[in-house]
Design a protein around this ligand. Structure first.
Ligand code: AHR
Length: 509
């Protein structure tokens, strides 16, 4: 045990609150009541044709890192490091005018268009087949977002047929001619994007959307009864209830989007609380509609966009209507890392209802990974909290009983993994240090412990990465669990292994 940990253990046992510290938070695992299985799909990504997410991010044939298909190998490696299981594609607002057929076939014949959503040029060099090929290299599955703004059920069926039918029809044979013999087996379909929002081309009231979504979902499910459809929901309950009531029979998930506004949601470090409220509200609506329908089916949630943004589009001068323009490229600081860690605890602690979540977005635009030309890639502050959650937070989310957390500074989640180890995720959102102890019956050793702490304003850049998850030896294992001091505005990860059992460590630095 380090000197600091020993002091802490003595301090905790004497019930002392050292100067600058704010009480001891004690969490006990309520083993009898697991929350639920953590769906791996909560660690999803999002590739929208937006700024340099695709062009200059995922795809950049001129870059020295490009592989034979023009995909940046360093981006592929970073996505694998995050173990992203699925990516939503191709938008977002971009989907409103997405004509998927323009992005397949010989590149020279693909139309060049203007995309009004992001005032950019879309050359269609990167389209559906390129996305699928890229997914194969990353090892992830697609969540395709249907254009239900300016298209409908007929186009959805054509897209399904292109993607999923073995052959012998015009659409499936077109895929084969384009180089992909085997069907892609796309399973997840978003029924449009944010159609509740007045900014969307195709925006309409919930009752009209409900009918259109139902018919598109029906069209897809006529072909594949196992297909999973995701209804576009809003943060307001009325829209959700109306649309869900109309489309219920054909819907498998209700989507909600969460924008964490870095300028308006103050104090920003606590903004994951709004996510908790939104999840509870949306889950309650699903339950209300289920009861009204007398349905056995449960409709869980897909938080298929969560966004850390300050509202500024950050367009670069002189790039209007160009391909791969700089857009939404936001620097994140250490506080954002704590918020990201908090978001992960919220997902774990609602593992019973949140079954899909996608960060918006994955590369460059509002993303944990940024690139520059010439093989430069860096990990933003938000990268490691996702990486550790994705690597270790798979298994059963356990319920915690917490005492001494009156200021609600400390948030924690615990996932019991298949090998019996416990992955513990912690954030201290307060301005003072907190002593924390976890009571987990058993004999444990610390297999891994990492911390992000320091100046809340610190950012990563291509030349310096001060905000990464660093090993810490401050975790003091006791008879039944561990104790640790949580620094102000910090994130901590602890992997507890049973003393008599092995533990699978997913990666080493
Ligand atoms: O993620 C950026 C944008 O935010 C998406 O295009 C849209 O769906 C959301 O409003």
């Amino acid at each position: 045990m380090s000197g600091a940990a020993l002091l802490l253990a003595v301090g905790v046992s004497l019930g002392l609150a050292a100067e600058g510290r704010d009480g001891t938070v004690r969490a006990t695992i309520d083993d009898a009541k697991a929350i639920g299985e953590v769906s791996p799909l909560i660690y999803g990504g999002f590739i929208e044709h937006l700024g340099r997410n695709v062009y200059g991010g995922v795809y950049d044939p001129e870059d020295p890192t490009a592989d034979e298909d023009g995909f940046r190998k360093d981006v592929i490696a970073a996505m694998k490091e995050l173990a992203v299981p699925c990516f939503r594609y191709p938008g977002g607002c971009f989907t409103d005018l997405w004509r998927w057929e323009e992005g397949v076939g010989p590149r020279a014949e693909r139309p060049v268009r203007l995309d009004p959503a992001w005032r950019q040029k879309e050359t269609n060099e990167f389209g559906l087949d390129e996305f699928m090929k890229w997914l194969g290299k990353v090892g992830a599955d697609p969540i395709l977002c249907l254009n239900l703004s300016t298209q409908g059920a007929a186009e959805a069926q054509r897209l399904w047929e292109y993607c999923n039918f073995p052959g012998g029809t015009t659409m499936s044979d077109r895929r084969r001619k384009n180089g992909r013999e085997k069907p892609y087996g796309v399973r997840y379909w978003c029924l449009g994007n944010e159609i509740w929002g007045p900014w969307e081309i195709g925006h309409r009231p919930a009752d009209r959307y409900g009918v259109d979504a139902r018919e598109a979902a029906k069209a897809i499910k006529t072909f594949d009864a196992e297909a999973k459809t995701i209804l576009s929901g809003s943060d307001g309950p009325d829209w959700n209830e109306t649309a869900l009531s109309i489309a219920w029979e054909y819907v498998d998930y209700l989507s909600i989007h969460q924008m964490f506004n870095r300028k308006r949601m103050l104090p920003f470090v606590r903004c994951a609380d709004r996510l908790t409220r939104s999840i509870k509200r949306a889950a309650a609506t699903c339950e209300k509609v289920r009861l009204a329908k007398k349905s056995e089916k449960r409709v869980p949630l897909a938080v298929d966009e969560y966004i850390f943004w300050d509202g500024d589009r950050r367009y670069r001068a002189g790039e209007d209507w160009t391909k791969g323009r700089h857009c939404l490229e936001q620097d994140y600081n250490l506080r954002d890392a704590v918020v990201m860690g908090d978001v992960m605890t919220v997902f774990h602690n609602h593992a019973d209802v949140v079954k899909i979540a996608c960060i918006a977005q994955s590369v460059n635009a509002l993303a944990p990974v940024r690139t520059e030309k010439g093989g430069v890639l860096w990990r933003q502050t938000t990268f490691d909290p996702i990486r550790y959650a994705s690597a270790y937070g798979r298994g059963t989310a356990l319920r915690l009983k917490t005492e001494g957390n009156e200021a609600d500074d400390v948030h924690a989640s615990v996932v019991r993994r298949a090998d019996g180890s416990l992955a513990v995720f912690l954030v201290n959102r307060g301005e003072k240090e907190h002593d924390f102890s976890l009571v987990a019956p058993g004999k444990w050793r610390v297999a891994e412990s990492r911390e992000i702490a320091g100046d809340p304003e610190a950012v990563n850049s291509p030349s310096a990465q001060p905000v990464r998850a660093r090993p810490t030896d401050d975790v003091a294992v006791g008879k039944d669990g561990f104790s640790v001091s949580l620094k102000p505005c910090s994130w901590l990860f602890v992997l507890l292994a049973r003393c008599d059992e092995g533990v699978v460590i997913h990666f080493e630095d």
